[in-house]
Design a protein around this ligand. Structure first.
Ligand code: 13P
Length: 252
C-alpha cells in the first residue's frame, strides 16, 4: 500500500526553544512508529538546516514555505531554489492561499516559481483551493482548473510528474471546519483525472494532499479516502502530541 504523507506547515511559528523541543521529541520516538507514513516538515526556513542535521529519523524530510523564481541577482530579501537545495530541503510549498492573499501572488507568479523549482530538481507542493464565496457560487472546479492550467501553460505537459498538489479550501484553513472527506475525495478525483488528461504521460507520479483544519479527530475519515494521499497540516502540527497522533492514525 502507498505510504500516506503528512506534511507540517508551521507557517510563521516557532522559535529556538520550540525547535529544540520538537527535535528532542522526534528523536525520542521509536522510528518504527513512522513505518508507513512519510513525514515532511516545513518550518520557517532559517530552522531547516539545523533541524535536518539534528533529527536522526532519516524518513523525515524538509520543505520550504516559499521561494523566489530567480536564481541570483539584485532581488533583495529573496531566496533561490538552489539555496534551498543546499540547506537540506527537497520540497517547496508554492501558492499557499496566505501568500496569494497577503503577498499578492497570482497564478502566473506561482507558475514561474513552479518552473524554477522543478528545474532545480526540487519538488513543488502546489496549493490550490477556492474561497467560501466561490464555493457558494459552485465555482470550485473552475478555480482549481485555472490554478492548474497556468502551470501547464508555463511548464508544459509533464509539469505535474513527481509533484504534490495540496487542495486547501480557503474557508477550511484555520477555522476548525474541515471540508467533508467525501467532497474532498470527489475534488481529488477530478484533479487527478484532469491532470492525467492533459499530461503526456498517462501514468504520472502525483500526490494529492488535503489541507484545512486537519486534526487527530478527523484525520482517520480523511485519510481513508481513495484519492487522498496525505494531508497538509497547519496548527495541528504545532503541538507535538497532536502531530504525532495525526501521524499515528495515518500509519495503517
Ligand atoms: P490549518 O491546519 O491550521 O487549518 O492550516 C492548514 C494550512 O494552511 C496548511 O498549509
Amino acid at each position: 500500500m502507498k505510504k500516506k504523507i503528512v506534511i507540517a506547515n508551521w507557517k510563521l511559528n516557532g522559535n529556538k526553544n520550540f525547535v529544540k523541543e520538537f527535535i528532542h521529541n522526534i528523536n525520542s520516538e521509536n522510528q518504527k512508529f513512522f513505518k508507513n507514513t512519510k513525514v515532511i516538515i516545513a518550518p520557517p526556513i532559517i530552522y531547516i538546516k539545523y533541524m535536518s542535521k539534528k533529527i536522526h529519523n532519516k524518513k523525515i524530510s524538509f520543505a520550504s514555505q516559499n521561494v523566489d523564481y530567480n536564481y541570483q541577482g539584485a532581488f533583495t530579501g529573496e531566496i533561490s531554489p538552489n539555496m534551498i537545495n543546499e540547506i537540506g530541503a527537497k520540497y517547496i510549498i508554492l501558492g499557499h492561499s496566505e501568500r496569494r492573499k497577503n503577498h499578492f501572488e497570482n497564478n502566473l507568479l506561482i507558475a514561474k516559481k513552479f518552473f524554477s523549482v522543478k528545474k532545480n530538481k526540487l519538488i513543488p507542493i502546489l496549493c490550490i483551493g477556492e474561497t467560501q464565496e466561490e464555493k457558494e457560487k459552485n465555482l470550485t472546479k473552475n478555480i482549481i482548473q485555472k490554478q492548474i492550467d497556468e502551470i501547464f501553460l508555463h511548464c508544459g505537459n509533464n509539469a505535474f510528474h513527481n509533484t504534490f498538489i495540496a487542495y486547501e479550501p480557503i474557508w477550511s484553513i484555520g477555522t476548525g471546519e474541515n471540508a467533508s472527506p467525501d467532497d474532498v475525495n470527489k475534488i481529488m478525483k477530478f484533479i487527478k483525472n484532469y491532470i492525467i488528461k492533459k499530461s503526456l504521460y498517462k501514468k504520472i507520479n502525483l500526490n494529492l494532499q488535503y489541507g484545512g483544519s486537519v486534526s487527530p479527530n478527523n484525520i482517520k475519515r480523511i485519510i481513508e479516502k481513495k484519492y487522498i494521499d496525505g494531508v497538509l497540516v497547519g496548527s495541528g502540527s504545532l503541538q507535538y502530541k497532536n502531530f504525532l497522533k495525526i501521524i499515528q492514525k495515518c500509519n495503517v
